[in-house]
Design a protein around this ligand. Structure first.
Ligand SMILES: Cc1ncc(COP(=O)(O)O)c(C=O)c1O
Length: 396
């Protein structure tokens, strides 16, 4: 194997050198507990404060204190959904979300259903877009929360967050968004977009794993999820992970600084990749929205073959990708995102998500296309579906 190309950046990214440099002194020199009042503690607190400032600035939060650190996007989502539901249940027990949210939202909703909350899962169109008309149609007097992700992790669709938030507020409903895939990929301005509560995470933007944050606008009623210490203004207990927080702050600052350059570069790469795919590989479907999608994600279905097989053969060629469907206990589990987009199972089963790093080159893409062409041809040659397909064509 001579080349290794990582195209699974929507799952996680490497930690950039600048971020790592920011983190290193926190392990050995500035290791005090940021809640301790001695000088060691105060040094760590200053690092935490700087990171909070950087994140607040990047998303245009009114104050740094609107940022609460968590162990990642999953915890932030659990906190937002359960915390808002529990704190506002006297006003109603109806919540609206979409049918393509991340598992951490979906599973939190399921827990609330067990407690007697009613959840509406909005449908999406063939590109994964939530319609405002459908949202309006489902709003009820007892709706207390609308939670719609900013960017979908499987196909990269960008939602009309500003319009959705406006609609929520016109109906006196709290608006939360899972912006884990949006940070570093689209411009986020929580004030202009009227976002009340927002989840973000560091490891999708060249920061460390295991650190995220919840932005909570002043005045939002939200119960605690993690009980314990006095950290995070008594809202989230636990000794702060100072190195990870320092890295998250730096990663967010860089992501915000380089947003337009990265987007421009990745948009060109994405267009090139799609045009080469269409030129070289027949019977494919681009599941990603042609323009309302982030530059770094392309989801493609290859007819007659399975995503898992493509993934494994690409892996042998040194290329890392992911598939929406998960192979558990020998049975193919279909992607609920692609199903919600109305993509038939036989097409969805052959889908692959390619998510690009900011460092990708055209040469990398050429290598991927060459390998992909070979892999797809090889798998189609042995696929029973290919034989069935050509038989049925002969019978026409
Ligand atoms: C859209 C979305 N939300 C939430 C998460 C969870 O974030 P974390 O891995 O930081 O828990 C992810 C991670 O894959 C994601 O893509």
């Amino acid at each position: 194997m001579n080349k290794r190309i990582y195209l699974d950046n929507a799952a996680t990214t490497y930690v950039s050198a600048e971020v790592l440099n920011e983190m290193m002194p926190c392990f050995t020199a500035f290791y005090g507990n940021s809640n301790s009042i001695h000088s060691f503690g105060r040094e760590s607190l200053a690092i935490v404060d700087r990171a909070r400032d950087r994140i607040a600035k990047a998303i245009n939060a009114p104050k740094s204190n609107n940022i609460y650190f968590t162990s990642g996007g999953t915890e932030a989502n659990n906190w937002a959904i359960k915390g808002i539901a529990h704190a506002n249940k006297d006003l109603g027990k109806h919540i609206i979300t979409s049918s393509i949210e991340h598992d951490s939202i979906m599973e939190s909703m399921k827990e609330l259903e067990k407690e007697g909350f009613e959840i509406t899962y909005l449908p999406v169109d063939e590109h994964g877009v939530v319609s405002l008309a459908s949202l309006l149609h489902h709003i009820r007097k007892d709706t207390i929360l609308i939670s719609i992700m900013s960017v979908n992790n499987e196909v990269g669709t960008i939602q009309n967050i500003k319009a959705i938030a406006k609609t929520a507020h016109e109906n006196n409903i709290i608006f939360h968004t899972d912006a884990v895939q949006a940070l570093g990929a689209v411009k986020i301005d929580v004030q202009d977009m009227e976002i009340d509560v927002m989840s973000i995470s560091a490891h999708k933007i060249y920061g460390p794993k295991g650190i995220g944050a919840l932005y909570i606008r002043d005045g939002i009623k939200i119960d605690n999820l993690i009980h314990g210490g006095f950290q995070e203004k008594k809202k989230r207990g636990g000794t702060l992970n100072v190195p990870a927080i320092a890295g998250f702050g730096k990663a967010t600052e860089i992501a915000s600084r380089d947003l337009s350059v990265n987007c421009q570069k990745l948009r060109a790469i994405k267009n090139y990749f799609i045009s080469k795919l269409q030129e070289r590989i027949p019977m494919i479907h681009i599941n990603t929205h042609p323009h309302q999608s982030v530059a770094g994600i392309v989801n493609v279905s290859f007819e007659l073959i399975e995503g898992e097989s493509i993934l494994m053969l690409l892996d042998l060629a040194g290329i890392a990708v992911s598939t929406g469907s998960a192979c558990t206990s020998g049975a193919l589990q279909k992607s609920y995102v692609l199903s919600a987009m109305g993509i038939p199972d036989e097409i969805a089963n052959g889908s692959i998500r390619f998510s690009f790093p900011k460092s990708i080159s055209k040469d990398d893409i050429n290598y991927v296309i060459d390998e992909l062409e070979k892999v797809v041809a090889k798998l189609r040659a042995i696929s029973p579906l290919t034989k069935a397909n050509s038989r049925s064509k002969k019978n026409v």
